[in-house]
Ligand binder design. Sequence first.
Ligand code: SAM
Length: 249
Amino acid sequence: MKFCVLTIFPEMFDAFSGYGIMRRAIESGSICLDPVNIRDYAEGRHKVTDDRPYGGGSGMVMKPEPLAAAIQAAKSKMPDSPCVLLTPQGRRFDQEIARQYSDLNGMIFVCGRYEGVDERLCQAYIDDEISIGDYVLTGGELAAMVIMDAVIRHIPGVLGAEDAAEFDSFSGNRLEHAHYTRPRVFEQKAVPEVLLSGNHGAVEAWRKESALLRTALKRPDLLEKTGLTEAEKKIVKNWCRYLESLASD
Ligand code: SAM
């Protein structure tokens, strides 16, 4: 999958591409990351990419011409890749959008700065507008990194089989189960006995229950989205019986 990122700060992506799973994915050829400096498409000696807003007011607006030229150049190399604007006004990014994006051959990101991008550029060139949350960043670069990081986890071969994204939180609207590692006892708290049992069926059942409990406690809205499976209903009924036994005289 190829990511082309249009930005006035391409150097910001050096660290992002230099570590961990992203670095390995680039080295193995699963991912290609191409940060493009929008200034390279600006005219004149000063390569200006922003200008004052019509109507007055504070702040600057990203000029449409350099962005249009940068997008056209990217599209000529990646004609079937959508052009995605990072903006707090876009649809909210989530795991399902990450999964859908991972099916694409490529994506072109437009990172805004200042007060944002000229509206005419958005109307003519942008296929999708994405926000990473209801807060305002100073630029779209971090948002682009967040999205790419989440997307590559869904690309076959990027994660080891054991880390497959299908087991991550939000798959099937559940959070992932609790994790433990050595030591067996940490500050007087022991690892749940079942995880040491070597009984794969029992471990699997414990993990399903742990995932359900964490989802119910931390993100009950996820349970409401899909409702409970038959197996989960049984677990919840057991919890109810247990709580009733505590409440009875
Ligand atoms: N004036 C704009 C507004 O209120 O809608 C905010 C502009 S913001 C300071 C500058 C740039 O940061 C935006 O053009 C966008 O590219 C990026 N950005 C800010 N918050 C974002 C968010 N929550 N998600 C994605 N991109 C964001």
